[in-house]
Design a protein around this ligand. Structure first.
Ligand SMILES: NC(=O)c1ccc[n+]([C@@H]2O[C@H](COP(=O)([O-])OP(=O)(O)OC[C@H]3O[C@@H](n4cnc5c(N)ncnc54)[C@H](O)[C@@H]3O)[C@@H](O)[C@H]2O)c1
Ligand SMILES: CC(C)[C@H](C(=O)O)[C@@H](O)C(=O)O
Ligand SMILES: [Mg+2]
Length: 365
């Protein structure tokens, strides 16, 4: 059976890193039918909207989506509905991609690349599960108004709405507990229940759902403490799960435990198993076009796509083994480079992964 993949490179380094992931997928000789379409700023330029109808329809009709990144400073003054980020937010909402998986794994060859002490992160393998279609990201109402109370009545103010319904919390809690059952059977639910009613409700509902998983240990942790614990003792976590906003922040922090945000893949799944696969980082306009972006998060996201949405576990294993082989051969993009390793660019890193997969041997330029 042929799998239909929507390839959405986006902006900035998105085009560079997705090209490497597609190169890797092509050598696996799988029944994949890949179709590319514009999103983000690139789509705004050609279609006047960050998520054109044709791109959305392609994504909806696909078995999986390989997404690069969207955004650029030049679009930051556009009205919000036209900004590039609306492409990824729109896809998440339209496809119901509520469950976001961000595994933070510190490969043994990258222990020295992390900003933390080796003993703290050696062997690190934690899974951040982020609820992705609720919270303050999508809460209504939001906007601008004249304050009628507070410290400055009559002043201009902006406001957003943080909200979660019981079913939204229940379904992501089940995802977290079921994931933990396949790992070390430990879940840390991160909230801010000591201040926010939304997250007191989150904590109450998670505690109720946990009764169905007596074999899984559950701890609740406030988000400020979790942010500190992630750098104090990251290996104490196994499955860390939380809401949309906190998950966004904590996953970038966790990325640095792995050596670079260029190493953090992600999978965003809906209830039907259809998924969007993207690196956790963004379009990196500060290095876009220089050929130095690390493509491994995107390549590893492609492996997650093969595993989670296409049931191609052996092919996913081949990609992950090839990434480890390339790192073991000492190849490093600048974000993970250290003395004694070989500095390579985006394309060379992709070529090395391809060489490791095809058995042609990894060459150091
Ligand atoms: N899913 C997405 O499309 C997504 C995610 C995050 C940010 N963004 C957008 O990206 C743009 C830039 O945002 P930002 O700078 O805050 O975050 P960013 O993740 O793009 O970059 C943060 C830092 O990490 C570096 N970096 C990121 N990916 C890298 C890689 N693969 N290899 C090497 N270095 C890498 C960048 O050079 C930068 O110094 C913004 O428009 C933002 O909205 C998009
Ligand atoms: C680009 C932005 C909307 C997005 C988010 O906040 O979810 C990004 O930071 C991410 O982590 O995918
Ligand atoms: Mg983010």
């Amino acid at each position: 059976m042929t799998h239909k993949i929507a390839v959405l490179p986006g902006d900035g380094i998105g085009t560079e890193i997705v090209a490497e992931a597609v190169k890797v997928l092509n050598v696996l000789e799988l029944p994949l039918e890949m179709e590319t379409a514009p999103v983000g700023g690139a789509a705004y330029e050609v279609a006047g909207h960050p998520l054109p109808e044709a791109t959305l329809k392609l994504a909806q009709a696909s078995d999986a989506i390989l997404f690069g990144a969207v955004g650029d400073w030049k679009y930051d003054t556009l009205e919000r509905r036209l900004r590039p980020e609306q492409a990824i937010l729109g896809l998440r909402k339209a496809l119901g991609l509520f469950a976001n998986f961000r595994p933070a794994i510190c490969y043994e060859q990258l222990v020295g690349a992390s900003s933390l002490k080796p003993e703290l992160i050696a062997g690190l393998d934690i899974l951040i599960i982020r609820e992705l279609t609720g919270d303050i990201y999508f809460g209504q109402p939001r906007g601008r108004r004249v304050a009628t109370d507070g410290h400055f009545p009559g002043a201009e103010e902006a406001f957003d709405t943080m909200r979660y319904s019981r079913p939204e919390i229940e379904r992501i809690a089940h995802v977290a507990f079921q994931a933990a059952r396949k790992r070390s059977k430990k879940v840390t639910s991160v909230d801010k229940a000591n201040v926010l009613e939304t997250f007191q409700f989150w904590k109450d509902v998670v505690t109720e759902v946990h009764k169905e998983y007596p074999d899984v240990a559950l701890e609740h942790m406030y988000v400020d403490n979790a942010a500190m614990q992630l750098v104090k003792a990251p290996k104490k976590f196994d499955v860390l799960f939380t809401g949309n906003m906190f998950g966004d922040i904590l996953s970038d922090e966790a990325a640095m435990l792995t050596g670079s945000i260029g190493m953090l893949p992600s999978a965003s799944l809906n209830a039907n198993g259809q998924g969007l696969y993207e690196p956790s980082h963004g379009s990196a306009p500060d290095i876009a076009g220089q050929g130095v972006a690390n493509p491994l998060a995107t390549i590893l996201s492609a492996a997650m796509m093969l595993r989670f949405s296409l049931n191609q576990h052996e092919a996913a294993d081949r990609i992950e083994s090839a990434v480890r082989a390339v790192l073991a051969a000492g190849l490093r993009t600048p974000d993970i480079w250290s003395e004694g390793t070989t500095r390579v660019g985006t394309r060379e890193m992709g070529d090395a992964v391809v060489a490791a997969i095809t058995g042609k041997g990894i060459t150091k330029s």
